[in-house]
Design a protein around this ligand. Structure first.
Ligand code: CTP
Ligand code: MG
Length: 239
């Protein structure tokens, strides 16, 4: 079922990047002269994605067309919604309009450095039969749960920080987003949508390079990582 259809990625790029600041939306901010969204699409393509639907804020279509002019795979733009989950749902509707898909990845444009090896591993896990797949990393900080004025330590050993791209069997992701939209649930990622309909979420190793650009310091770190690892063809992080 998953091999006769193309591997499609939805790239969520409709946010404003309020925590990052600046005068252009985050996905259009440049890293080494290339917009974050273009970095993301190039990494997805190198990992095996065959076409992308980029979800953007209304009014910015021309800017994104320019940003994606040199993209190595076919892309189309779709206007997003107020929350990330609404944006992804609109992207899914666009896939439906243009046929179907086998494997669907959902990626944050704000993770421009994701190694193609991680993308490929997510795709492979979906092809192997996992209907919902996330790349994730062990948590390195000590974690405390706040209870009013008090706090207590949390055992971090079983915890994982989840990244993108997350991968799904197309039918599963559609059903999951339909359920979430109908029930009014608020979720932070697409794997959580799938969990809400009882799907098991399979975890594969993520990478420090798949960091999310959220605040100004993250741009500095991303620039440094790009300079240190220019080819990006790196293996997944396995600790
Ligand atoms: N996103 C989206 N549609 C929204 C909100 C977010 O497509 N309504 C996308 C963002 O463009 C980003 C990804 O989801 O690539 C992850 O969101 P986040 O890092 O929170 O980005 P922003 O919402 O843009 O940033 P902020 O929360 O700081 O405003
Ligand atoms: Mg946000």
């Amino acid at each position: 079922m998953t091999s006769e259809y193309p591997v499609v990625a939805l790239v969520a790029a409709a946010g404003s990047g309020s925590r990052l600041g600046g005068d252009v939306p985050k996905a259009l901010r440049e890293l080494a002269g290339v917009p974050l969204v273009a970095h993301s699409v190039a990494r997805l393509a190198a990992g095996g994605v065959e076409r992308v639907v980029v979800i953007v804020a209304d009014g910015l279509q021309q800017d994104f067309e320019q940003a994606l002019a040199a993209a190595p795979i076919p892309w189309r733009l779709v206007v997003g919604g107020t929350e990330r989950q609404h944006s992804v749902r609109r992207g899914l509707a666009a896939i439906e309009e243009s046929g179907s898909a086998g494997v669907v990845l959902v990626h944050d444009a704000a993770r421009p450095m994701v190694p193609p090896a991680v993308v490929a591993e997510v795709i492979a896990a979906v092809r192997a039969g996992h209907t919902a797949v996330v790349p994730a990393l062990p948590v390195v900080d000590s974690i405390r749960r706040i209870r009013g004025e008090a706090s207590e330590v949390v055992d971090r050993a079983p915890l994982r920080a989840v990244q993108t791209p997350q991968g799904f069997a197309y039918a599963t992701l559609l059903a999951a987003h339909d359920h979430v939209a109908r029930s009014g649930l608020e979720v932070t990622d697409d794997a959580a949508c799938c969990e809400a309909i009882g799907e098991a979420v399979h975890v594969v190793p993520g990478s420090r390079l798949a960091m999310k650009v959220t605040e100004p310091t993250d741009m500095v770190i991303a620039e440094a990582l790009l300079a240190a690892f220019p080819d990006q063809i790196l293996t997944a992080h396995r600790t």
